[in-house]
Design a protein around this ligand. Structure first.
Ligand SMILES: *Cc1c(COP(=O)(O)O)cnc(C)c1O
Length: 391
């Protein structure tokens, strides 16, 4: 197997990406993960399932998302910048691709209820949206601290008909919300599907979620060929759990001439630091202290504050197929303002990390064609940035 082909692969029944991935879960969850794997395998090779999902992605989510060439930003940076516009999807980010896929799969499995974890609230809102669309019950676990910080998204989820439950253990943030959602799933697996929000967790989630986001990379690859008759030199995406990056990388993984770059916040630079460990059901890199205690991630962007990362990114980093870098909050704030000012596009703070890295590296990118995954729009961050710039 060529290393370039790794992202195209089915990780098999063990869910391994090199030494990473796998399924580190309590005995009681093993049947649920096995049932999910076989249901996904069957659905993903069923043309009727694929057609129904494609139909929803176009009629409901608004796909295909456009590819935008940024004239003024390109002049500013000195490279040719193209944006994959996931910010234009319904609910404002790439997350809708994954939740529509999982909700459709849940219905096919005869489940009537979705549970989900959420940090900043974006995946919770997306899951509540899909649950409303399909008439499924929905409960979202959210750290008590995050519920206070993201009161607007708590209201949105309730408006969409979801029940929001506070996670009151540990640091009362995303990591604890995942634990609560897993606990709920163990007890309710007969009726419930756990709609996990990124390419993390036990097998089959990292693989399944990447497949639901593959549409980003497939579209972008063809759009590049249509627009400028070639592939980009470089594809750049922000990395929290890693789902939007995995989605766009998958379109270019077998093109070794295309460089892949993932960008993390300095305060959650999981892949950059490369400390292996097990969290939430899989082996990957994670933020931990010398005693193996998981550390809190911290950045300007709540959507990237996850102390782990999807196992496939750990694998891609370890074999060198993708490279990972970090940027600081000030660089992100500058990039947030730069794209707004030059292109009339206000990015979410998460993809502003990818923009910030490109802006910082501009001297090495002269004349190159750079594709950035604009994973979401910045409306949700306007209030925070108003205060940040007023300081
Ligand atoms: C949730 C979110 C992310 C981070 O999640 P990944 O799984 O790393 O993609 C990035 N961008 C936006 C806009 C998000 O909402």
């Amino acid at each position: 197997m060529s290393e370039a082909a790794v992202l195209q692969n089915d990780p098999g029944s063990t869910g391994r990406f090199g030494q990473f991935g796998g399924c580190y879960i309590p005995e009681t969850l093993v049947p649920a993960c096995q049932e999910l794997e076989s249901a996904f395998r069957a659905a993903w090779s069923d043309p009727a399932f694929r057609d129904e999902l494609d139909g929803l992605l176009s009629s409901y989510a608004g796909r295909p998302s456009p590819l935008t060439h940024c004239q003024r930003l390109s002049e500013d940076i000195g490279a040719e910048i193209y944006l994959k516009r996931e910010d234009l999807n319904h609910t404002g980010s790439h997350k809708i691709n994954n939740v529509l896929g999982q909700a459709l799969l849940a219905r096919r499995m005869g489940k009537t209820r979705l549970v989900a974890e959420t940090g900043a609230g974006q995946h919770g809102v997306a899951t509540a949206t899909a649950a409303a669309l399909f008439g499924l019950e929905c409960e979202v676990y959210m750290g008590e601290v995050d519920m206070e910080r993201q009161a607007l998204n708590v209201f949105r989820m309730r408006l969409l008909g979801a029940v929001v439950r506070p996670a009151t253990t540990g640091s009362r943030t995303l990591k604890d919300a995942v634990n609560e959602a897993l606990r709920d799933w163990v007890a309710t697996v007969e009726t419930t599907h756990y709609c996990l929000g990124s390419v993390m967790g036990p097998h089959p989630y990292p693989w399944m979620v990447r497949e639901f986001h593959r549409v980003i990379g497939s579209e972008a690859r063809q759009q590049c060929l249509d627009l400028f008759g070639a592939l980009p030199d470089l594809v750049v995406a922000c990395v929290g759990g890693g789902s939007n990056a995995a989605g766009i990388f998958s379109g270019f993984a077998t093109d070794p001439q295309v460089d892949l770059v993932g960008v993390e916040p300095e305060g959650a630079a999981t892949v950059v630091r490369r400390v292996p460990g097990v969290l939430h059901g899989s082996m990957s890199y994670l933020l931990q202290d010398e005693h193996g205690q998981v550390l809190e991630a911290e950045s300007i962007s709540a959507g990237l504050d996850y102390p782990g990362v999807g196992p496939e990114h750990a694998h891609l980093a370890s074999i060198g197929r993708a490279k990972y870098f970090s940027v600081n909050d000030q660089e992100v704030a500058d990039a947030f303002a730069l794209l707004s000012r030059t292109e009339g596009i206000v990015p979410a703070l998460e993809p502003a990390h990818a923009l910030a890295w490109v802006s910082k590296q501009r001297h090495d990118l002269a004349g190159r064609k750079v594709l950035i995954n604009l994973s979401g729009r910045g409306d949700k961050d306007a209030d925070q940035m108003m205060k940040y710039f007023a300081q």
